[in-house]
Structure formats: structure tokens, C-alpha cells
Ligand binder design. Sequence first.
Ligand SMILES: *[C@@H]1O[C@H](CO)[C@@H](O)[C@H](O)[C@H]1NC(C)=O
Length: 113
Amino acid sequence: MAARLFLLLSLGVLLDLHSTHGAVSWGIGECPNGAKPGDSWYIEGQCGKCDCREGSYSCYSCGAYAIDFDVNMCYHYRDSTKQYPECCNPIVRCRGDVGFNETLFQQFGGVTN
Ligand SMILES: *[C@@H]1O[C@H](CO)[C@@H](O)[C@H](O)[C@H]1NC(C)=O
């Protein structure tokens, strides 16, 4: 009977997935929730995706975007109903655009002073 050595490394370095700076988390060892190498899954409640590989996994979330728009007229938001990476894409709405929402503009755009 072959002796089997299980080395369970739990270097669960979990960086802040809530940041908007392309945070990446990763782990060495078995993938969580029974995922197998080659599997991918989306991060619950966040815009992000994880890939399982042999012996490790890594997760990605949105990177930082530099978008140019008139803050006096526009706001931007992300569509959290979409899956990664579509949910990362900033959507810009400007006064006069279809779907422009004054409430969101007050919240996310404009210069508040
Ligand atoms: C604008 O956004 C607010 C906040 O999300 C929402 O409650 C409201 O229904 C929206 N208004 C329109 C016209 O879509």
C-alpha cells in the first residue's frame, strides 16, 4: 500500500477584492467549493472571476479605468447585473442621454459643491 502524503498548503492570500484596482487573490492547494482544474467561476456578489488550475487558483476583479468625461454633465456606473468582465466596463451617461438618471448623477457624478 502506497503511502500518500497530502500536503495541504493554505496560503490563502486574499487581497481586497472590493477595491477597484484589479485586485487578484489566489491560493495554492485545492480549489474552493470542489472546483476542478479548468473550472472557472464568478465571484458571488462581486464583479470578478476565478480560474482553477492544477494545484492553485486565482481570482480577478476589475482593474482601474481611466475614462474621460465631463463631470459637470455626466456620471458613470457599472452594470452589476452583467458577468465579469462586462460588469467592469464603465458606462457613461451624460445629461441628455437616453437613460440619464438625475438621482444617479447626484450620487456618482457631478461636482458636489
Ligand atoms: C434613478 O436611479 C435611482 C437610484 O438607483 C432609482 O431609484 C430611480 O428609479 C432611477 N430613476 C429612473 C427614472 O430610472
